[in-house]
Design a protein around this ligand. Structure first.
Ligand code: ATR
Length: 318
């Protein structure tokens, strides 16, 4: 017996059989993650007998994360995603890290290869692929303004810096945090001019005049609250303004940039592509992006047929 009202659960993937393979996401909280919706849509589209579930691994219960990782081995779980607050803490329990996850000291995807667990980070690569596929934007030789200095900024900056931009400016409300992040990045990316600034229009105006890309990694703008204090009017006409926040799909910063006539890059693209890269690592299949996007839009309460990610598609990637 279940207490759920009839018809309340309509997310079933397909018939679960004795052969169905299990995947999932570890986080605390996990209730709001879109990953189960996106991954199960991908399994359905590819006809894979796999199911992906959310696992709340308590951050308050000592040893819970280590036990959960043990369960991945014990239950032959094919793979997992890892979200806040476990991305860094999971590392000691894994057998191996790929280069990007090692540089970042953060894992968002784990692949179980016969009990040997390898950690990856598809957040930054997903961001880069999204920028390239949707807008034809690549970092090489560009001037890039990054708003924020938290975990998301670190992932995005690592990926962008790997693409050899000319310069990067890290702007954060708490300047000390930006200084620490920039100091760490300067050690690994010696050829790039990396600066630090307060997150204030007046301080950012000069750099903004030649910025090719502005990316918001802060939570300012989520749930419609506040626009990060950047001088959108000072940006050149060729600038791209990007926001990794996907709820709302059109953040206040993107609306302001669009009003100014600039090209914009929405956060859903990064979410889908980090998921697509994880899907490919687990299954070896090319990710069915359209099915994943359609499921995400539906879960966000947006009608299918409205295709915001594709609307921003620019020239072919170079
Ligand atoms: P995440 O892993 O999502 O990056 P985080 O590590 O907590 O989360 O970092 C949140 C980022 O958003 C930080 O850069 C934070 O600025 P501070 O370092 O000054 O706290 C930024 N942030 C959050 N709310 C903000 C707001 N209302 N205005 C400006 N910046 C904000």
């Amino acid at each position: 017996m279940t207490n759920a009202p009839a018809g309340a659960f309509n997310g079933s993937n397909m018939d679960i059989t004795g052969r169905t393979r299990l995947l999932g996401i570890f986080g605390d909280p996990v209730e709001h993650t879109l990953s189960p919706v996106i991954q199960n849509a991908a399994f359905r589209a590819e006809g894979l007998d796999m199911v992906y579930l959310p696992f709340n691994v308590s951050s308050r219960k000592a040893g819970a994360l280590e036990e959960a990782v043990g369960a991945v081995r014990a239950l032959s779980i094919v793979g997992i995603n890892v979200t806040v607050p476990h991305k860094e803490k999971i590392i000691p329990f894994l057998d191996e890290l790929d280069g990007h996850a090692r540089d970042l000291k953060a894992v968002n995807t784990v692949v179980n290869d016969n009990g040997r667990l390898k950690g990856y980070n598809t957040d930054g690569p997903g961001y880069l692929v999204s920028l390239r596929d949707e807008l034809g934007f690549t970092p090489r030789g560009k001037n890039i303004l990054v708003l924020g200095a938290g975990g998301a900024a670190r992932a995005v900056l690592n990926a962008l810096l790997g693409g050899e931009p000319a310069s990067v400016m890290v702007a954060n409300r708490t300047v000390k945090r930006a200084e620490e992040l920039a100091g760490e990045l300067k050690k690994r990316f010696k050829g790039v001019d990396i600066g630090v600034s307060p997150l204030e229009s007046a301080s950012l105006e000069e750099y903004s005049r030649a910025a090719d890309l502005v990316v918001n990694t802060t939570s300012a703008g989520m749930n419609g609250e506040g626009v990060p204090d950047v001088p959108v009017d000072a940006l050149p006409d060729y600038s791209v303004v990007s926001d990794i926040v996907y709820k709302p799909l059109e953040t206040p910063l993107l609306i302001k940039a669009e009003e100014r006539g600039l090209r914009v890059h929405k956060g859903l693209g990064m979410l889908l592509r980090q998921g697509a890269l994880a899907f490919e690592l687990w299954t070896g299949h090319a990710a069915p992006l359209e099915a994943m996007e359609e499921a995400a839009l539906k879960a966000l309460g947006l009608e299918t047929g409205v295709r915001p990610v594709k609307e921003t598609r620019g020239p072919a990637p170079d």
